[in-house]
Design a protein around this ligand. Structure first.
Ligand SMILES: Nc1ncnc2c1ncn2[C@@H]1O[C@H](COP(=O)(O)OP(=O)(O)OP(=O)(O)O)[C@@H](O)[C@H]1O
Ligand SMILES: [Mg+2]
Length: 283
């Protein structure tokens, strides 16, 4: 594994008498996509705010790019990308201009703007005012701005919430590309499918506590208690069979007689894991 670019040690956060985060620890390495999953109010945005120097923790320590978060300043901001709800755009400026302002500030070559606009499918809209873009287009522009300078660490607060599958897919490919280049990506999401597909590791957050932390695959296998085969036969009959010797003989028969259409194992998805661990739906 590469360098630890985000390190969080026993961080807690209290708002008056409410504990929003209770003793959180994890780390994110170079080239890793880390998913922070949890229902509304579980403390995801609070964590991002602490890690980006917008909010002070109550106790514990956190480091981004090796620097304590209390000391985050301009020099670190140049290596960070942040996408949150309040990542405002200059509504009256064009798409291109919104990016060129940042390109100048961050010493990014102008060619990269067109290149990025192509990738996120905004090239033909580059002369439109940002204020006139659709929601999905705005989201892609906000992301483009956050990654214009190829940050070493990227924080994304629900980057694809409410977007169509094609737009989400475009964003996913961009994230994969950044990961390949070594960016550490910290992502919050309610979307378990997205997390399972994209993330190297996920932490499940509930009421300010990390209740599970592993690879998506390991988590789904760990909670695969009720092992069954889901069978579809060519005669359109559907069956759920337990993992027994009889089932295997039966399946062999169907295979020999060419009667089997599909067969699936039924490990739970991350959504079911979350429900099992916390007793809560992920909404
Ligand atoms: N500035 C604040 N002052 C007081 N309480 C706050 C503040 N910010 C957050 N909280 C509380 O901390 C808890 C966690 O909030 P947070 O925004 O981190 O949740 P979240 O996981 O991002 O939720 P969502 O999925 O809805 O975005 C909530 O109970 C919220 O009311
Ligand atoms: Mg939030």
């Amino acid at each position: 594994m590469g360098k630890k670019l985000i390190q969080v040690e026993h961080v807690s956060k209290k708002f008056k008498d409410e504990s929003a985060l209770k003793d959180i620890s994890f780390s994110v390495h170079e080239g890793e996509i880390f998913g922070f999953l949890g229902p509304s109010g579980s403390g995801k945005t609070t964590t991002i705010k602490i890690l980006t120097g917008q909010l002070a923790q109550t106790s514990g320590q956190a480091f981004v790019l090796g620097k304590p978060v209390e000391q985050i300043d301009e020099s670190i901001y140049e290596q960070l990308g942040i996408v949150t709800d309040n990542s405002g755009l200059y509504e009256k400026l064009t798409v291109y201009h919104n990016l060129s302002i940042f390109a100048k500030l961050l010493h990014v070559e102008k060619e990269r703007i067109d290149n990025l606009l192509e990738k996120v499918g905004l090239f033909e809209h580059k002369n439109k005012k940002a204020g006139n873009l659709s929601k999905g287009m705005k989201q892609r522009l906000i992301l483009s701005r956050a990654i214009l300078h190829q940050p070493k660490v990227l924080f994304l607060d629900e980057p694809t919430s409410g977007l169509d599958p094609v737009t989400s897919e475009a964003i996913h490919s961009l994230l994969e590309e950044l990961k390949e280049m070594g960016t550490a990506i910290f992502l919050t999401t309610h979307n378990m499918e997205e997390a399972a597909k994209l993330c190297d590791h996920v932490a499940l957050l509930n009421d300010g506590l990390i209740v599970e932390h592993d690879t998506p695959k390991a988590l789904t296998l760990k909670y695969n208690q009720d092992k069954r085969y889901q069978i579809l036969l060519k005669n359109e009959k559907e069956l759920l069979l337990p993992h027994t010797t009889e089932s295997i003989e039966q399946i062999n028969d169907w295979l020999r007689n060419d009667e089997l259409m599909t067969i699936h194992s039924c490990e739970p998805n991350l959504e079911k894991v979350f429900l099992e661990v916390t007793g809560r739906e992920l909404i």
